[in-house]
Design a protein around this ligand. Structure first.
Ligand code: ZN
Length: 308
């Protein structure tokens, strides 16, 4: 039975924020069932705890940002992906800066910290967003489509007009094991000229070859090379897993993405939530190799059962 999960013990760690270029201290705390993922800025005594759901997203330009300007939290997607990847539904993330640390540019260190804090099963069943009918969003030549399936599958294609990145495509089926082995260590990537532009505009002050794959037209600038031959598309899958978690529940369906990014990911979630007839919220009971669905009654979007 897929029960909700949190962590057993509180855990602290720190790292550099990619855009602010400063050290950020984080504490991850266990949370009761149906809490969801909550972010809280402890450097701002009056800031409100904010749940990681689509309604609270304020920006998707360079990364996914939650909460209002001045009190928000930036670059949450890799941590969200790690939480989804380990099946953690309920947690409180406290931090003393406006940005989640970039660490090595992937989610592997978040996974390691969370595993060190030990995953704990709770007594309440998970609820899933189950796709019942096809959903499509597009912008220019980019698109995301979702189809019914009894699993969570992502098929992602990127196509960069760049000799090193080019076209990469991967069809990946979610499992906790495969997330840890095949996806969580894929790093974010950027073009050398984009890094220079970002820096000139005050972004990526903490960016280095320690926390991103950097490419120019001659090759990969990182001495150690790539972790996977198709690391670029794997990282895009990681980002999409993080963004999909903003539904507030794990998704069950076949997701096909072409050249998407955070903004289109958010647009897809908005479209999905508006098309009520195309999905349902269910508890899934695995029995005799058949997926059985039990409709849940509560909407995850109406209440935020968070006890301070
Ligand atoms: Zn990313």
């Amino acid at each position: 039975m897929p029960y909700q999960r949190t962590i057993k013990h509180e855990i602290n760690f720190s790292g550099i924020g990619l855009h602010i270029g400063k050290r950020v201290n984080l504490t991850l705390k266990p949370a009761p069932p149906n809490t969801g993922i909550i972010f809280r800025r402890i450097d701002l005594p009056h800031s409100q705890p904010t749940r990681a759901i689509l309604a609270n997203i304020t920006d998707g330009t360079l990364a996914t940002t939650i909460g209002n300007n001045g009190t928000g939290v930036n670059t949450i997607e890799h941590l969200l992906a790690a939480l989804t990847g380990l099946g953690i539904d309920n947690i409180i993330v406290e931090l003393d800066a406006p940005e989640i640390p970039i660490l090595d540019g992937s989610a592997v260190q978040f996974v390691n910290f969370l595993r060190a804090a030990r995953v704990k099963y709770q007594t309440v069943l998970k609820r899933f967003v189950v796709i019942k009918k096809p959903i499509v969003v597009s912008c220019d030549d980019k698109y995301i489509e979702a189809f019914p399936s009894d699993r969570f599958i992502i098929e992602y294609t990127i196509e960069f007009d760049h000799p090193i990145i080019g076209m990469q495509s991967l069809k990946w089926e979610f499992s906790y094991k495969s997330f840890i082995k095949d996806i969580c260590s894929a790093r974010t990537f950027c073009l050398r000229e984009d890094v220079e532009k970002l820096r000139a505009n005050g972004f990526a002050q903490g960016g280095s070859l320690e926390n991103a794959v950097v490419v120019d037209k001659n090759g990969i600038l990182n001495k150690e090379g790539l972790r996977f031959p198709d690391e670029f598309v794997r990282h895009k899958i990681l980002d999409l897993i993080g963004d999909l978690s903003l539904l507030g529940h794990p998704i069950v369906g076949y997701i096909k993405a072409y050249k998407s990014g955070h903004k289109l990911n958010h647009q897809f979630l908005r479209t999905l939530l508006n098309q009520f007839e195309k999905w349902e919220l269910s508890e899934i009971v695995h029995s005799n190799k058949q997926w059985k669905f039990q409709k849940a009654f509560q909407s995850p979007f109406l209440s935020l059962p968070y006890d301070q």
